[in-house]
Ligand binder design. Structure first.
Ligand code: SAH
Ligand code: SF4
Length: 361
């Protein structure tokens, strides 16, 4: 067995040690995953927490070079969910005892959008009797907007840094003054200062990305002292500029395994955070999310977006479940979680214990 896996103080791993773990194969890879699962069970228990994901709108002011719903892509229809449909999805989450929802969207900083989200947050609190936890994933916004949504009742925010090296970040985004690494980083700091449980993450297997980058990404997350992480494999989309590098990418299976290793190592480094088993894992492997749970993840984000919109929220190729209505997924998910060896934490927020530990609450 690799000597590192015997160590007690794995939260202290340095860059070279992380690189060594990222390169484990065969039995040592399985042992890494097993160790991460043990640590997850010790610090976060055997529960899996659900966050019903509402993909509110695919209108986006950004033009990220990897993303299928970038503003430059004209090959699909833009939508925004209507109030009634939004509240139906919320009621569905309440009825199914999901505990939390995530509102995700393309980036929109218009006053009308900001007001609408504020209204939704307040209304969700009301109709769920404060029972539904609210995570936002609405991109870069001003401090005032983040503050407004926090006061309205949102308590977690997911903003992936996507790639923590400013140089590589530049290669993945247009240089138009609207896709600035510093701005995104400052948003993370602002969210943390306001009091949100802070989530970030990256894509794995991007063009130009190396294991050195990935090791630094993990150290970035530890240094930032994040509470939650959502990271997944990069999956190329034909209507994006980065598609031209498709032949230089790692095979999908390798991107998948590398993501499992990233999840496992992050769990060793940050035992008490929440880590999501992301949809992109399932896009590569039908059992992808279960495998992620067994490698240290403890959060699932079932898609509860009304079916008619799902085909228009294609961040990447082969996105799963676009043909299903939310109802089709309930039983399937519960038994999948049980088969993987865990229990669903119904009606629980399942907050990151790291947040309370770091705040000394
Ligand atoms: N607009 C918001 C939230 C929606 S995008 C934001 O960007 O923060 C949500 C996530 O989708 C992004 O953070 C990115 O990591 C992921 N994503 C976009 N394109 C992708 C691709 N081609 N493969 C995998 N993930 C992708
Ligand atoms: Fe917009 Fe987010 Fe896609 Fe970038 S990743 S284009 S911000 S939806």
């Amino acid at each position: 067995m690799n000597y590192l896996l015997d160590r007690q103080d794995l939260y202290n791993l340095d860059k070279n040690e992380i690189i060594e773990l990222l390169q484990l194969q065969g039995d040592d890879f399985l042992k890494l995953v097993k160790k991460a699962n043990e640590i997850r069970l010790k610090y976060r228990g055997d529960k899996v927490y659900f966050r019903g994901l509402i993909e509110y709108s695919n209108i986006c002011r950004k033009n990220c070079l990897y993303c299928g719903i970038r503003s430059g892509n004209k090959n699909f229809i833009r939508y925004t969910i209507k109030d009634e449909e939004f509240y139906n999805a919320v009621k569905f989450a309440i009825r199914e005892q999901y505990g939390s929802i995530v509102i995700q969207s393309g980036e929109n900083t218009s006053p009308a959008f900001i007001e609408k989200i504020t209204e939704y947050i307040k209304e969700i609190k009301k109709i769920s009797n404060d029972k539904l936890g609210i995570t936002l994933s609405l991109g870069e916004q001003s401090i005032a907007t983040y503050q407004k949504w926090y006061v309205a009742g949102a308590h977690r925010y997911l903003l992936r840094i996507e790639e923590s090296h400013p140089e590589l970040y530049k290669k993945l985004h247009p240089q138009d003054g609207n896709h600035d690494f510093e701005t995104r980083y400052n948003c993370l700091i602002n969210l943390q200062n306001i009091g949100y449980q802070l989530g970030t993450g990256i894509m794995i297997g991007l063009p130009f990305q190396t294991v050195e980058h990935l090791a630094d990404d993990l150290i970035f997350m530890r240094d930032l002292d994040i509470d939650m992480c959502g990271m997944g494999p990069y999956i190329e989309h034909p209507d994006t500029p980065l598609y031209q590098y498709k032949d230089e990418l790692l095979p999908l299976k390798d991107r998948f395994n590398l993501t499992l290793k990233m999840i496992a190592i992050l769990r060793l480094m940050m035992p008490d955070i929440n880590i999501a088993a992301t949809t992109a894992m399932q896009a590569i492997d039908p059992m992808g999310r279960e495998k992620a749970l067994q490698a240290g993840a403890n959060v699932l984000m079932p898609n509860i977006t009304p079916k008619q919109y799902r085909e228009e929220y294609l961040l990447y190729n082969n996105k799963p479940c676009i043909d299903e209505n939310p109802d089709d997924c309930i039983d399937c998910l519960d038994s999948r979680v049980q088969m993987a060896g865990y229990r669903v934490g119904y009606d629980e927020w399942g907050d990151s214990t790291h947040y309370f530990n770091r705040k000394n609450l």
